[in-house]
Design a protein around this ligand. Structure first.
Ligand code: IPM
Ligand code: MG
Length: 356
């Protein structure tokens, strides 16, 4: 028996996790597994119910489970209120920290059928396959001090990296590169930032243990440009917390749509599997959100958390078949997609299960 905690979160989170859960249940039925699901609150919905974006009860449930499936957190009422001291995102950052999820793995892979969904030219995209390793529990997201000073007229965040933090994620990136094309792009801002110079020095030192892996050090500004200009030059990309946040949203255009991108946040214990996209308040509650990023996150969950490779591949294949059959959600439809092929969240979820 495997225990899966589902954290639907906010906005479209509950709509997409419902289908992630249904797909996992269908996989369990097909392969004869026993998955047990339990829901818990996180983010704005948790603040509304308890005043706390990460209630103790949620954290306890997560710690006692084998894997966590997360939707999204965030709500516009905080975005335009910089003075709100309790915010949904604090819950997400805290759970990442509490569970020690220092490695955020974000695969950027384009399904051929979606070549035209991207705003990048097809010939630039075709064949691109990138695996991001984003550091997730350090850097400017967590450095101290982070506060207001001078009667609130100065805002301070601190970008800090310790050698051990760089080393442990760099090792994961190098190990992964050994199973792929033996190339790592390490992205930093070492021409300006001291924390980046430590990053670069640490990656350089570690690379000696992996002589077969080619390492390219790239500045973040250049990397952002190169990613759009020639995404095929990248294989494994290793970077810090904030650079990785920004770069992976940009990289979504290499995968057609943000609605297709899955991620895994892992450390030494239980991991969180979640779509990269946010809570998308503009379309929440309408039943039109793309559930495929969440469904693809369940494939990562099956593979990484449970070692169920065949089951994971079955999910990816099912998504591929649905796309090949011509079905789309609004975000990945193009001008040629017939209206009747454009599905809502539930219809798309059902299609994937049908093709499992
Ligand atoms: C992500 C998100 C989060 C982040 C937000 C919601 C705190 O953008 O997972 O990429 O910045 O890490
Ligand atoms: Mg982000």
């Amino acid at each position: 028996m495997k225990k899966i905690t589902v954290l639907p979160g906010d906005g479209i989170g509950p709509e997409v996790t419902e289908w992630g859960k249904n797909v996992l249940q269908a996989v369990a039925n097909k392969f004869g597994h026993d998955f047990q699901f339990e829901e818990a609150l996180l983010g704005h919905s948790a603040i509304e119910a308890t005043g706390n974006p990460l209630p103790d009860e949620t954290l306890e449930k997560c710690k006692n489970s084998d894997a966590i499936l997360l939707g999204a957190v965030g709500h516009p009422m905080y975005d335009n209120n910089p003075n709100a001291t309790v915010r949904p995102e604090q819950g997400l950052l805290k759970i990442r920290k509490e569970l020690g999820l220092y490695t955020n793995i974000r695969p950027i892979k384009l399904f051929d059928e979606l070549l035209s969904a991207s705003s990048i030219k097809e010939e630039i995209l075709k064949g691109a396959d990138i695996l991001f390793f984003r550091e997730l529990t350090g850097g400017i997201y967590f450095g101290q001090p982070r506060e207001r000073q001078n009667n609130g007229t100065t805002g301070v965040d601190t970008m800090v990296y310790h050698k051990y933090e760089v080393e442990r994620i760099a090792r994961k990136a190098f190990e992964s590169a050994m199973t792929r094309n033996k190339k790592v792009h390490s992205v930093d801002k070492a021409n300006v930032l001291e924390s980046s110079r430590l990053w670069r020095e640490t990656v350089q030192a570690l690379s000696k243990e992996y002589p077969k892996v080619e390492v390219v050090h790239m500045f973040i500004d250049n990397a952002a440009m190169q990613l759009i200009k020639d995404p095929k030059q990248f294989d494994v990309v290793l970077t810090g917390n904030m650079f990785g946040d920004i770069l992976t949203d940009a990289a979504s255009q290499v995968a057609g749509s943000l609605g297709m991108l899955a991620s895994a946040s892992v450390g030494d214990k239980v991991g969180i599997y979640e779509p990269i996209h946010g809570s998308a308040p503009d379309i929440a509650g309408q039943g039109i959100a793309n559930p495929l990023a969440t469904i693809l996150s369940t494939a990562l969950l099956l593979d990484i958390a449970f070692g169920m490779k065949e089951e994971a591949n079955t999910v990816i294949q099912a998504v591929d078949k649905v796309l090949k059959a011509g079905y789309r959600t609004g975000d990945i439809a193009d001008v040629l997609t017939a209206k009747k092929m454009i599905l809502g969240t539930a219809e798309m979820g059902k299609k994937v299960i049908e093709f499992l």
